[in-house]
Ligand binder design. Structure first.
Ligand SMILES: Cc1cc2nc3c(=O)[nH]c(=O)nc-3n(C[C@H](O)[C@H](O)[C@H](O)COP(=O)(O)OP(=O)(O)OC[C@H]3O[C@@H](n4cnc5c(N)ncnc54)[C@H](O)[C@@H]3O)c2cc1C
Length: 426
């Protein structure tokens, strides 16, 4: 048995790439270790950017799949004393229903879907990936194998070192996340997010409360309840409807491809590190991957060099924007809580700064704006200095991603500069 593409994992990234590769007339096998009915259950709801579906070629959710429209994001300091209001459109969706719908589209395009099958290893011949081996020992060959197995996927660690794909996501970049369903809806169009709480953040949407933290020893359930009580946040939650998991909070992998192999979604760390959201970025990444794979299948060339276009397209479209956000996140969490209160209260960090970081826009501080901030920040010059360095570094990093090398030959040089910029931050 042989396929054009084997995709491992039927999360948002796997479903999107399977649909688009099959739509071009290719033979696709989608393998999932869960049973079909359990797909999309962890987490069962998600907050997504509204443009997710139009950008990835699917109809927008409606009916029971669409749980809420959000038009305002309130970013609070961890003390809850100060806030920045950002006007931004999100939707909250039912992930079980979304997964069923996308899987239906994929099957309609001819994708062969097999559930309850775990991919254990890869078949590698002459330093090329040529297939997979399942937990029952079955070997299946394909022209390309796509790892869409999420944050726990071990497949990257099995590919030849010559691919230059990071093998493992370091623990320091992994945040644990925990959510509970609200018993009754509140603030129907707003999400409140508290930054810098217990090594992470806490959020309250109309549907759920949740928290994420890098402190792996914390009991997130207790921390969340404690915070909600301490801050007198009015929310009645249902602890029996909870969900937890991990999120890679960092810049995406520097390289996603090797001969006959590509990685996408959480497994490639395609996550917005400011809020831990990965569905939109994983689906857009999967669409970009599918476009390159379709071209490569047409030309019968699945080499790393041919697949490289996917690296370039992703990093210019999203990697640059996400790297910018990553610097802003690192800077925000490095401030003491009362420094954040000071920066919010005096408009040293403005709502526009936060909006720009969500849209990937580069804040070109004008002379007059700099002077205004300097005046307001005079009582705490270190806050202003840190913010200025943050904006300079974020801009430098964004441009570096926009200049992603057009072929593998210049990759090592690009990574060296990337590491140098990152090392000089905060
Ligand atoms: C608690 C929590 C809340 C979150 N909330 C949000 C949110 O509100 N908005 C947002 O955008 N993002 C959110 N995220 C992040 C989001 O869930 C991920 O970024 C997104 O699911 C990534 O999609 P993916 O397809 O790459 O991976 P996944 O959704 O993890 O899918 C991977 C799939 O691969 C399967 N698989 C893995 N290994 C194998 C194997 N060896 N063989 C066969 N199958 C395999 C898994 O069973 C799984 O179904 C949240 C995450 C958590 C943990």
């Amino acid at each position: 048995m042989s396929f054009d593409a084997i995709i491992i994992g039927s999360g948002p990234a796997g479903l999107t790439s399977a649909y688009h590769i099959a739509k071009a007339g290719n033979k696709v096998l989608l393998l999932e270790k869960l049973k079909e009915d359990d797909i999309g259950k962890t987490p069962p709801t998600s907050i997504l950017k509204t443009y997710t579906f139009t950008e990835t070629g699917f109809d927008r959710p409606h009916g029971n799949e669409l749980l809420a429209f959000i038009d305002t994001l309130n970013i609070y300091s961890s003390t809850g004393k100060t806030r920045k209001e950002v006007k931004f459109n999100y939707i909250i969706i039912d992930r079980i229903l979304m997964s069923k719908r996308l899987l239906g589209y994929a099957k309609e395009k001819g994708v062969v879907f097999k559930d309850n099958i775990s991919v254990d290893s890869l078949i590698i011949e002459d330093e090329k990936v040529v297939g997979i081996v399942t937990n029952s020992g079955e070997s299946i060959k394909a022209k390309i194998v796509i790892d869409a197995g999420g944050i726990t996927s071990h497949l990257k660690s099995l590919v030849p070192k010559s691919f230059n794909i990071e093998e493992k996501i370091e623990d320091k970049h992994i945040a644990n996340a925990y959510i509970e369903k609200l018993s009754e809806r509140r603030n129907p169009t707003q999400v409140n997010s508290f930054i810098g709480v217990k090594g992470g953040n806490v959020w309250v949407s109309p549907i759920e409360i949740g928290c994420g933290s890098f402190e792996h020893s914390l009991d997130l359930r207790d921390s969340l309840h404690e915070f909600i009580k301490d801050k007198s946040i009015k929310a009645s939650y249902d602890s029996s409807k909870s969900s937890k998991g991990s999120i890679a909070v960092r810049q995406n992998l520097a390289n996603f491809v090797g001969d006959g192999f590509a990685v996408v979604g959480d497994s490639a760390c395609m996550v917005s590190s400011l809020d831990g959201a990965g569905v939109t970025t994983s689906m857009i990444g999967a669409k970009l991957l599918a476009e390159t794979v379709n071209e490569c299948l047409k030309n019968n060339d699945l080499s790393q060099k041919a697949l490289w276009k996917y690296n370039v397209n992703y990093n210019i479209k999203l990697g640059a924007e996400l790297a910018y956000m990553d610097i802003l996140r690192k800077t925000l969490i490095s401030f003491a809580p009362d420094d954040i209160d000071f920066a919010f209260k005096n408009d040293i960090i403005t709502s526009k700064d936060i909006l720009d970081s969500l849209t990937g826009d580069i804040t070109n501080l004008k002379a007059v704006d700099k002077a205004r901030r300097a005046l307001k920040g005079i009582a705490r010059p270190h806050v202003l200095l840190k913010l200025e360095v943050c904006l300079i570094k974020a801009k430098e990093l964004k441009y570096h991603y926009m200049n992603y090398p057009s072929s593998p030959e210049k990759f090592n040089e690009w990574v060296n500069i990337l590491n140098h910029i990152n090392d000089s931050v905060v």
